[in-house]
Design a protein. Sequence first.
Length: 277
Amino acid sequence: MVRFPFLRTLILFLFLAIAMTSAILLWSFLNINDYLTKLLIGTAVATLLLFIAECVLPLDFSYLFERVMPITIVVYAALLVKSGHGFGVAGCLSMGLTFPIIDALLYPKLVGHREAKNWFLKMIVRWLVSFILSISLSLPALVLIDLSVKEINLATIFSLVIGFVGMVVLIISTLQLSVFNHKRDHQYAINNRGLWKVSRHPNYWGEMMFWWGIFLIMLSLDGSKWLLILGPLMLFLLNQYYRIPKLEKEWVEHNAKYTLYQQETNLLFPFTKPNNH
């Protein structure tokens, strides 16, 4: 049984709150008309603050940062939207903050800074990726801030359903994983219950579905904003070709039963033929 890490969680959220508040204040009070410049500066400052914190503390701030920062910025932009739908959009998007908060509350992640070779260089690269990903996923804020929509269409409703389903999958899978992590008898015990019985990585599946839904919502409101595809596309490529393969390799090396789990359970999307790639 894993003990609940109160102090670790408190420190994690304290530094995250400082970083997020700094970014929002810069967005609000910088005397710059270009919202993209504000976004870049605010995210850069938040990234630098948490990077420094991670240099000192053995906590994985980047994991939480790249999941909370984009949603926070998009929610803030939705609150400033020029149409009456702003508060509703902000409220719906705010639910997306549930999954990283639950995950961090129940199971804040550690990083072994000085255990790996060239740890500082690797940390710089990881945070650079987190910065670029956060910027890419925050781009919908630049559309929302100048958006004036009185009515939504069927495409918007369809996109909302996609994003909502993704968010539900994400929240449920995160809860299931966090609860399992507290009950497991060793680090590489296999969680094959709930959504983890039909997908080896339902949290990644839900996360990607959520952000693709956000992209489709923005596109349904303004069909010229194809550039917003950068965020969900980068997230998909990062998960599909780096994070997931890295996890799969690690689990195969540490738990011989994981190969059987691969044969019985699909990699990402459920209800398709299981694979071990």
